[in-house]
Design a protein around this ligand. Structure first.
Ligand code: G4P
Length: 285
């Protein structure tokens, strides 16, 4: 689904999340482990306010493990707990309920102190930008398939609580928030990882971004994947070399750049170049 985020939609999305916050004890901020800053809503601190928040670095299975460790430390230094997870396979997902419970310990202590003997389950909400894995995680926590509402803020249905074990309940409709747009780099990173659809940016531009990134940060992987002896500095030369290696030629024998772009992006998204992270705490702008 392609979402058009206009100012009115953003305001509405924010309002909808804030309505849901009234119902919950803890928010799960779902980020893409490969690009935690670029996959983050720019107004998240304002939107969530003082609500206890657990950061979940999803798709950790596709991210560079060493970089994910750096991000966990980075968030830790800011006083936030971040857990790496893979919502698709379920890795790390079992830790979520325990972490959530720990986060609301004080609030529940107070409830007990007021004489409430059996406090209710901890109530949680998942928030994140489109395609970060919100529905996958909801299904994983629920242990069954939960119908997805349209990826549109404002498409409402009756909300329900999903039981996650005995001690947690999750709202079945996640909070959908917009990504950062103002930064071109962010747009390219989101496009490379498939978080924003291929129709939005020019595919060759996205591939240029990806190849430049790989040349700088993962040159060996790039060389190995496409059988390159050395990596040309010139981006057109790099497209040409990969194109010839992979037989991406037009009937006239010229390199078909669209096809090269397709192959490179497909390879990245299907981990043919291994696990990749597109930003580190140090590279963060
Ligand atoms: P959303 O609700 O936040 O919009 O995201 P959704 O769950 O639909 O997930 C978006 C895509 O990311 C899906 O792939 C999903 O399978 C994939 N995904 C979610 N979590 C993980 C994870 O932890 N690891 C990996 N590797 N992938 C994950 P898709 O190609 O759009 O659909 P499909 O292939 O599942 O059919």
């Amino acid at each position: 689904t392609v979402i058009q985020w206009f100012p009115g939609h953003m305001a509405k999305a924010k309002r909808e999340v804030q309505e849901k916050l009234k119902l919950i004890d803890v928010a799960f901020e779902l980020l893409d482990a490969r690009l935690p800053m670029s996959s983050r809503n720019p107004m998240i601190d304002d939107i969530l306010g003082q609500k206890p928040r657990l950061i979940l670095l999803n798709k950790a299975d596709m991210a560079d493990e060493a970089v994910t460790e750096q991000w966990i430390r980075y968030f830790h230094d800011q006083g936030r707990l971040a857990l790496p997870i893979d919502a698709q396979s379920g890795t790390g997902v079992r830790q979520i309920a325990a972490a959530a419970k720990e986060m609301v310990k004080d609030k529940f202590e107070k409830m007990r102190a007021k004489g409430i003997k059996n406090p209710r389950p901890v109530r949680a909400l998942i928030v994140g930008i489109p395609n970060v894995g919100k529905s996958t995680l909801i299904n994983r926590l629920a242990g069954r398939h939960i119908a997805k509402t349209g990826d549109k803020p404002g498409v409402t249905k009756a909300q329900q609580w999903i039981k996650v074990g005995k001690e947690m309940e999750l709202l079945d409709t996640p909070g959908i928030l917009w990504p950062k747009f103002e930064d071109e780099d962010v747009g390219y990173k989101l496009a490379v990882t498939g978080a924003i659809k291929d129709e939005i940016l020019n595919l060759q531009d996205v591939a240029v971004y990806a190849l430049r990134f790989l040349s700088t940060h993962y040159p060996n992987r790039l060389a190995e994947r496409y059988g390159l002896d050395d990596i040309p500095d010139d981006i057109v030369a790099l497209f040409d070399t990969i194109g010839r290696r992979r037989g991406c030629l037009t009937s006239g024998g010229a390199v078909d750049y669209d096809k090269v772009a397709d192959i490179v992006l497909y390879d990245i998204r299907t981990e043919k170049l291994g696990r990749l992270s597109f930003e580190t705490p140090a590279s963060r702008t």
